[in-house]
Design a binder for this molecule. Sequence first.
Ligand SMILES: NC(=O)C1=CN([C@@H]2O[C@H](COP(=O)(O)OP(=O)(O)OC[C@H]3O[C@@H](n4cnc5c(N)ncnc54)[C@H](O)[C@@H]3O)[C@@H](O)[C@H]2O)C=CC1
Ligand SMILES: CC(=O)C(C)=O
Length: 260
Amino acid sequence: MPNVNGKVAFVTGGGQGIGEAISRRLANDGFKVAVADYNLETATKVADSIKAAGQDAIAVKVDVADRDAVFAAVKEAKEQLGGFDVIVNNAGLGPQTPFDMIDYDTYRRVYDVNVGGTYWGIQAATEAFKELGHGGKIINASSQAGQVGNPGLGVYSGTKFAIRGITQVAARDLAQFGITVNAYCPGIVKTPMMNDIAQKTADEAGKSFEWGMEQFAQNITLKRLSEPEDVAACVSYLAGPDSNYMTGQALLIDGGMVFN
Ligand SMILES: NC(=O)C1=CN([C@@H]2O[C@H](COP(=O)(O)OP(=O)(O)OC[C@H]3O[C@@H](n4cnc5c(N)ncnc54)[C@H](O)[C@@H]3O)[C@@H](O)[C@H]2O)C=CC1
Ligand SMILES: CC(=O)C(C)=O
């Protein structure tokens, strides 16, 4: 287990899916965790169960698309948990958007959450690290869909390609402050988001949910879908000291999908 000495990690979208697994894993690693989510009810459930296991966590309500709200949530976590060391900009929306169905509102909201939320998280974390007089780690959620275009995900894939670019620029800009910036790129992970995407794909084709999932899961070298914990294990590495000499990278955790 990495030695993180009671450092503080802030995980957006921590109320379910990958963010929940990351919150639990970082708490197990020894971080005090702020479980930040738009849905305060799920965030509170996750934080409460981490506390019940004898670890430190709080729930924080935030809409990551709202810059002021992100700054306020980071400040709240810093004050309540007594520090700020790692932000995981994990919250994201993944609607199915065949090209003829992309409308302005969907485009705007998905970019505001996935891309805007990452900009604001980077800014708020950087401000907190500077106030505390130390560096820190910024970790952003991209996707295998940010490495290769996925059918039907015209808006979502665009945001996830953007995250890799933003991660590289932020790594270069923020290194002078002792801040590393990396991204993780999951494959097909069994979460509510992926279930929705698979179901809509299946509905459009008049096929079953399993068929919908298979459209995204073909060519996985390891021949199984990903569990949220597979992703959390790699984020644990990015949040801990073993990745100190790594910045600007996008770690693919896709079971060997994209290289096929
Ligand atoms: N599930 C998958 O197969 C993959 C997911 N990802 C990425 O991983 C991240 C997490 O995905 P999942 O856990 O699957 O999603 P999910 O939809 O299951 O969970 C997302 C969480 O984010 C929260 N959230 C949504 N909008 C928010 C906002 N504006 N402000 C604060 N919280 C908000 C939701 O309340 C929810 O708790 C996303 O960025 C997603 O794009 C990347 C590759 C694959
Ligand atoms: C939802 C997602 O990120 C996929 C299909 O890679």
